[in-house]
Design a protein around this ligand. Structure first.
Ligand code: ZN
Length: 630
């Protein structure tokens, strides 16, 4: 036997044993240390105060969103005035930094809302000291319903569990945290209109989206009051956490979803990472408790106030008790065959609610003390190799200490291994990226760790960038010579023959390219008002700026780019390719994308038709516009 085969080279042996040692390194003790400030906050949760508040909320008889507001003791008006006064007292006791406000709006009639009603959220904000623009929200809904068809605004609706329990948690957190300072901003909400369709939280989330707020995480506590199942089983040490960000991605579509699908990241959206963070922190600071992490947005047939946040692209999760008893949810208070129905305080375990508040406190405090999760996390996919190289953008918090890379095998729900990387923005590990899921956390000098960021595939250079450009592409064969198709796109008569009934066209770079789809509209709303040619190469290429239709007012303030290329295809035909690019993503960007994805198909069909059947007759279109105007 050759010597080289009987004994592996020294270098190979060293590398192999280093990798083994490396893999054997468990979650380091430093990653599990407790922060005394978080321990103090968790220790400040008061079960007696939670019980008193749940009983007080029940005492308002009903908190139906359409119940009376003119009484000091009955109905939703009295309830919210009391909540506000309680939070103001906590603010005062905590030094006055907690800002308590009402967020109110008029809800017009819709399903479950028979008449216009003012919906009021009570919102307490504790501004961050280092990164106030980064916001974490916790909420419970203070409205209740008695049962039946949602319309009875008079009947007793104690709502002790659904959701005085979550309301008391939100209030308790505000009070326990009011005197503390956090890097990021905390918002403690109690909202109304939940039972009518998540109306209060949807309003707040929509305003946040419009103002482009950075909501880094949202938690709703809804039905967190009972530790006893319908069969009498006891679950005092378990809490469910529903956390899945996939619906958000599916709504947004686009490049982000594609990257997730290609890289096995379907269990690692920001919402999933928020769930992992809350489970880890909750169990660290409330020993003996299990947070069951469920990768679904909510229970079947149910919804909660986190959903409007999820739908708007924010990471949002829901805490709910482990085993629900439907005799005590959405039921008229009554005895039936010796069985008590109704959402009464007798069925609330106040110690359990206090533990839920402690778990929330640990999670929220750790989030708001830690740096933001790293941005632009990437996993290098440059060549075939057995190592894994991760990269990310540097955080800008002044107390940043470094980063932690974590990983787990596929199929494992939680991070299993970690390595502190120091203050670098790139790290290579001697394990295969094909076999594990990775995450990157940011650490501050006190050891507070952010939730993980999932690394997207990263390649150098513009062509293979992970930020793949989204585009609409339409191809068409037009039965006309290239010169005729060119004229159709670059002259007023040409545009009016297939594209729009009226046009301003000045075919030169920066010249007008303004098809007016509605000549009767006020200037600025006729269609492609103020659009411009960018480039023209006769018989081959033209490009122009483009805007969204007036019904997408927000997207319409932006500009995209349309490129039209043409070439001869046979003797009397032209092959045409239209590319529409420069898209943002989310919200109206996606709506505009969808709109043009079908609109350009119709435009090119009209172009084809123009050369087979003659110019488009705009009379019926103009008549219908006139009729609408009348
Ligand atoms: Zn509820």
């Amino acid at each position: 036997m050759a010597p080289g085969r009987s004994a592996p080279s020294r270098r190979a042996r060293t590398t192999a044993s280093a990798a083994l040692l490396f893999l054997a390194a468990a979650w380091p003790a430093s990653a599990q240390q407790k922060n005394p400030q978080i321990e103090a906050i968790v220790g400040a949760i008061q079960p007696a105060r939670i019980e008193a508040r749940i009983r007080r909320l029940v005492s308002f008889h009903t908190r139906h969103t359409l119940s009376r507001t003119d009484s000091d003791t009955q109905g939703i008006g009295a309830a919210r005035r009391w909540i506000k006064a309680e939070l103001e007292a906590c603010s005062k006791a905590g030094g006055g930094r907690l800002k308590v406000e009402l967020d109110s709006f008029m809800q017009q009639p819709q399903r479950r809302v028979p008449k216009p009603v003012e919906i009021v959220n009570v919102v307490a904000t504790l501004p961050g000291t280092q990164s106030p623009e980064r916001i974490y929200v916790v909420s419970g809904h203070y409205d209740s319903i008695p049962g039946g068809d949602y319309s009875d605004t008079q009947a007793q609706a104690p709502g002790a569990n659904d959701d005085a329990s979550g309301t008391a948690v939100s209030m308790e957190l505000a009070c326990a945290m009011a005197a503390h300072r956090f890097d990021a901003t905390l918002v403690f909400m109690t909202v109304a209109g939940e039972e009518q369709g998540l109306l209060g939280s949807a309003h707040w989330a929509e305003e946040a989206k419009k103002r482009n707020l950075n909501i880094a995480g949202m938690i709703t506590n809804d039905i967190v009051g009972s530790s006893t199942g319908a069969d009498g089983s006891r679950h005092e040490k378990t809490l469910r956490l529903f956390a899945s960000g996939l619906p958000t991605l599916i709504n947004a579509r686009g490049a982000a979803l594609e990257q997730i699908a290609r890289s096995g990241g379907e269990a690692d959206t920001p919402t999933h990472e928020l769930g992992r963070h809350l489970k880890e922190m909750g169990e660290r600071y409330v020993p003996g408790f299990t947070v069951e992490l469920i990768p679904r947005p909510d229970r079947f047939l149910r919804g909660g106030d986190h959903l409007p946040f999820l739908e708007r692209g924010y990471a949002a999760v829901r805490f709910t008790e482990p085993s629900e008893n439907y005799r005590h949810q959405h039921q008229f208070v009554r005895m039936e065959n010796g069985v008590q129905y109704g959402d009464l305080p007798e069925y609330v375990d106040f110690q359990f609610v206090a533990n839920v508040a402690r778990i929330n406190a640990a999670g929220l405090a750790s989030l708001a003390l830690a740096p933001a999760a790293p941005r632009d996390a990437g996993i290098e996919v440059v060549q075939l190799e057995n190592d894994t190289t991760l990269r990310w953008a540097a955080n800008d918090e002044p107390d940043l200490a470094g980063y932690r890379v974590v990983w787990r095998p596929f199929g494992a729900p939680l991070w299993q291994r970690s390595r502190d990387a120091g203050n670098v923005t790139r790290l290579t590990l001697p394990i295969s990226k094909d076999d594990y899921v990775f995450g990157i956390m940011a650490l501050d000098r006190d050891g507070n760790a952010s939730p993980a960021s999932f690394p997207q595939p990263w390649r150098p250079g513009p062509v293979a960038s992970p930020m793949k450009e989204r585009e609409i592409r339409k191809d068409a064969i037009v039965r006309a010579p290239v010169a005729d198709v060119w004229n159709a796109w670059t002259t007023k008569a040409g545009i009016e023959s297939f594209f729009a009934p009226e046009a301003v066209v000045d075919a030169k770079p920066d010249g007008a390219f303004e098809p007016h789809f509605n000549p009767y509209a006020t200037p600025g709303l006729k269609g492609a008002d103020n659009m411009r040619f960018l480039s023209l190469q006769k018989d081959r290429l033209l490009s122009f700026t483009w805007n969204a239709p007036p019904h997408l007012a927000e997207a319409r303030t932006q500009r995209t780019v349309v490129i039209v290329r043409m070439e001869p295809a046979g003797e009397h035909e032209t092959r045409l390719r239209l590319t529409h690019t420069g898209w943002g993503d989310g919200g109206e960007w996606d709506k505009a994308y969808d709109y043009f994805d079908s609109a350009w198909g119709r435009v090119l069909a009209n172009l084809q038709k123009r050369f087979t059947d003659g110019p488009i007759d705009w009379k019926p279109w103009l008549e219908s516009l006139k009729a609408q105007k009348k």
